[in-house]
Structures are given as structure tokens and as C-alpha cells.
Design a protein around this ligand. Structure first.
Ligand SMILES: [Mn+2]
Length: 456
């Protein structure tokens, strides 16, 4: 948690931005797994945490602009709570830690908001939030506040110096977790044995994971959470994993490395294509450039590389315009990152990654690009190109005339069992360009093979 002044200033800025009305910010509740008292690990709502700092369940914050007051609503601990969970500071002293001087019991919310001229709240993404909002307002159909969404997105998109330090700490731990796994993995292990080493490392440092680990020899499945395969000589292992610090800031990196001491010939070729695409995309980052254009630049670079390998052919620009490259790269180049690994995705991708003038595309490939808009100094984002060879997609597009023009199916058919490669780093947009966050993590062919050779 930051100093109380940080939260006071953040709330002040939000109130000024909105100008009037009442802002309701819902914290999260505990979520039950299979019966009421068996909970998933608690996860606080990131916007609530951004403005109120507290990482505890059942809190609600109100910024009443018209009455010029900030109130933290919550329960006081009962003796039962103390017996089962230990004593906590009072609601008033919790509030004081984040610069809030007025507290009220949750039961008072409905009365309090009844007199508000206009009520601003964010889109509920948990059913409990919707039920609460319905109960407190007496309305069944609820319209989230667009001005509030826009103000929160504008504020949270630009990371402050103390946030950047915290994100960099998360990325440092993330890089160390990856290095640890690159040294740990062995032929004959199951994917879950490797994933558990990543988790062990994260927890041993007093941190958490920022999302469930992707640890797979089947890297072509973009969000593969199956971990039952055995690592075999000749396989590559793709690890997409990130650490989240106790303050709630995320890291998110991906590396793909050989199970043996070296990549095979065809793995080297395609790894180099992804690496050069990754470098070209990172080099293009600067304030003012559309991230969509960086994505398209990456698609052209990837296509050029695939043409050299002989998997694609024809004019690069035409191939990308026709979407032929999505045979290999079906998703977006990256996303915003901060307190959420996909930062603020609950507020709506259209508002976080796009603008009213730049709508998100519905085309295959571009529809999965979470960030398209012009970059600004202070943004933190990921760059994560990849090559994913999906046999079902090859078969689906085999008879497509446009695709046939640009794809060498005869050769591609010999790559059906290739798998997937992704390389992902986290970057800060600076005044003049960008900066890779965190300690360097082995990325080139020579670096990755060296760490594997030392480990084996
Ligand atoms: Mn990512």
C-alpha cells in the first residue's frame, strides 16, 4: 500500500474530472468455491484498490462530489470474525490509513445514495456487484457511467513514478521466476511439475501470481491450462507467467525454450522470426504511435520472416491486408498492464484500448488486439508476438483462395506438430520512446541455449 496522500490525491483528481454527482466504487467480496466458508483466494477490485488502497473484503467507497465528502462503508468485525480470522483494526483506523476520515456501516448505503442527483458506478463484472447495485438503487436495469469509466481509464492508464517502481519490482520477480524455470525443466518431467516450480518460486518470495500459469509443450494453444504432457527431447516449453506484488501490481512475461540443450533447426528458424518481430515492435514504441500500427508492423515483419523460411509467399503488404499471416499469429501484439495483468479490462476494451474514433476491429486477428490507440508517456504494456501452428486452422483454411495465394500449404503440412513460440516483455512508454521494464531475461537463441546447456 502507498502513503495515504497517494490515495487522497487520486480521489481528488477523479472528483475534479467528474465535476459532480456521487461516485460509488465497489470492493470485492469473498467468493465461495464449493460451500460458503471455503473461499477462493481473495482478490480485491483493482479500481477500488487504486482509490482506497485496502485489500480487504466487503468494503465500498463513495466519493460524494456535491457534498464534498469521501466515505468508506464496511462492516465492523464481529467476535466470530475475530475468533476465526483474528482481530483487525477498526473500520475507522483502516480508513485513516488511506486518508479517509468518515466511515459508515454498509447498511447505510441505500439511504445515502437515495438523495444523489446522479450516481456513477462502473460496469459490474461479478454477480454480487449487480445484486448489491440493484438492492441499493431499487432498480433492476442499471446503466454504468461512461464519464466515470473514461475518467478512471484516463487516470489509471498513466502510471506514476511509485507505480512504475512497483510494476518494475513485479517484473523483476517475474524475470527471476522465468530464469529459475529455464534452469529447472528436464526431459521426462510433466508440465505440472515445471509449473509448480514457478508457483513455488512466486510464493517463496512473498508474492502471488498475476494470472494462472501457462506452462506447456503445446504452445500453439494460446491460453493452454492443461499440464499433463511429458517434456520430451525435441519439444519446446512455453512459459507464460507473471508475478504480482503484495501491493497488487503485475508482471507478465513469456519465454519459449528447448527441453534439450538446443533448439532443432526448424525451431531455430521460427524462433528467430519471432525474436526479430519482437525487437522491431519494441523499437517502434513511442508516444503518439497507434499500437494498432505497431501490431501491423509486427505482422509485416513476421510475414517477411515466414517468407524467408518458405512458409509464406507473395507481397508482404497484400498478405497482411488479406489477413494471411493470421494462419500463424491469430492474436494481438499486446495489452496494457498495471494492477491487472490485462489492465482495466473489466472497464471495457473499447474504452481502455481504443477511442470513439478508433473502434476495435471485428476481423479475425485484429479482434483479439486489446490495445489499438495512440500510446502516451506513462503507459505500461506488453509486446508479445508469436507463431502458433494450429492444425485445425490449417485444415479450415486450406481451400480458401486468398489464403492459398500467400501460404505454402505443402510446406506448412510438414509443420503440423510444430507447436508454438511466444516471446513477451513488459515496457514503459517514455517521453521519447520506451524502456523494457525489469532485469534483462535471456531472449536470443544463443542466450536461451546457453542457460539450458548450463542447466543440463
Ligand atoms: Mn500478456
Amino acid at each position: 500500500m502507498f502513503d495515504a496522500n497517494t490515495y487522497t490525491q487520486r480521489r481528488q483528481q477523479l472528483k475534479q474530472q467528474l465535476g459532480g454527482g456521487l461516485i460509488l466504487l465497489l470492493g470485492n467480496e469473498e467468493a465461495s468455491m464449493n460451500y460458503k466458508d471455503n473461499w477462493y483466494p481473495f482478490y480485491q477490485d483493482s479500481t477500488f484498490r487504486y482509490y482506497f488502497g485496502l485489500d480487504l473484503a466487503d468494503l465500498t467507497g463513495i466519493l460524494d462530489i456535491d457534498r464534498d465528502e469521501v466515505i468508506l462503508f464496511g462492516p465492523e468485525q464481529s467476535m466470530d470474525d475475530v475468533i476465526w480470522m483474528g482481530a483487525l483494526p477498526s473500520l475507522a483506523s483502516l480508513a485513516e490509513q488511506v486518508g479517509v476520515s468518515k466511515v459508515l456501516p454498509t447498511e447505510k448505503i441505500a439511504n445515502y445514495i437515495a438523495s444523489a442527483k446522479s450516481l456513477h458506478f462502473l460496469p459490474p463484472y461479478r454477480p454480487e456487484h449487480l445484486l448489491k447495485l440493484q438492492a441499493w438503487t431499487g432498480k433492476t436495469v442499471l446503466e454504468p457511467s461512461l464519464p466515470l469509466i473514461q475518467a478512471v481509464v484516463a487516470q489509471r492508464s498513466i502510471k506514476s513514478e511509485e507505480e512504475i517502481q512497483e510494476i518494475e519490482r513485479a517484473v523483476n520477480y517475474t524475470a527471476r521466476m522465468h530464469r529459475n524455470v529455464m534452469q529447472f525443466a528436464r526431459e521426462g518431467m510433466k508440465e505440472h511439475e515445471v509449473a509448480s516450480e514457478a508457483l513455488r518460486y512466486a510464493e517463496s518470495t512473498g508474492n502471488l501470481l498475476s494470472f494462472p500459469i501457462i506452462c506447456t509443450t503445446q504452445g500453439q494453444i494460446l491460453h493452454n491450462h492443461y499440464r499433463g504432457n511429458t517434456l520430451r527431447q525435441g519439444d519446446m516449453l512455453l512459459l507464460d507467467a507473471g508475478i504480482q506484488t503484495p501491493a497488487g501490481y503485475a508482471g507478465d512475461m513469456t519465454r519459449t525454450f528447448p527441453v534439450g540443450p538446443t533448439f532443432t533447426g526448424r525451431q531455430r528458424e521460427l524462433y528467430q522470426v519471432v525474436l526479430e518481430t519482437h525487437e522491431a515492435a519494441m523499437a517502434a514504441l513511442k508516444p503518439g504511435i497507434l499500437y494498432k500500427d505497431v501490431h501491423l508492423l509486427a505482422c509485416r515483419k513476421l510475414t517477411d520472416g515466414l517468407k524467408q523460411v518458405g512458409l509464406m509467399r507473395g507481397d508482404t503488404e497484400e498478405a497482411v491486408q488479406a489477413g494471411a499471416h493470421t494462419m500463424f499469429f491469430q492474436c494481438g501484439l499486446g495489452h496494457m498492464m498495471g494492477m491487472d495483468v490485462h489492465d482495466m479490462e473489466n472497464l471495457g476494451e473499447q474504452y481502455v484500448g481504443y477511442t470513439p474514433e478508433l473502434r476495435k476491429s471485428t476481423e479475425f486477428g485484429l479482434k483479439s488486439l486489446r490495445l489499438g490507440r495512440a500510446l502516451e508517456s506513462g503507459f505500461v504494456l506488453t509486446v508479445e508476438p508469436g507463431i502458433y501452428i494450429i492444425p485445425e486452422l490449417i485444415d479450415m483454411r486450406r481451400n480458401d483462395k486468398v489464403t492459398q495465394q500467400f501460404i505454402n500449404f505443402e510446406k506448412l503440412d510438414t509443420y503440423r506438430d510444430f507447436g508454438g513460440i511466444r516471446i513477451e516483455d513488459d515496457l514503459l512508454i517514455t517521453e521519447n520512446g520506451s524502456r523494457i521494464l525489469g532485469e534483462p531475461l535471456d531472449r536470443t537463441l544463443a542466450e536461451v541455449e546457453a542457460i539450458r546447456q548450463q542447466a543440463l
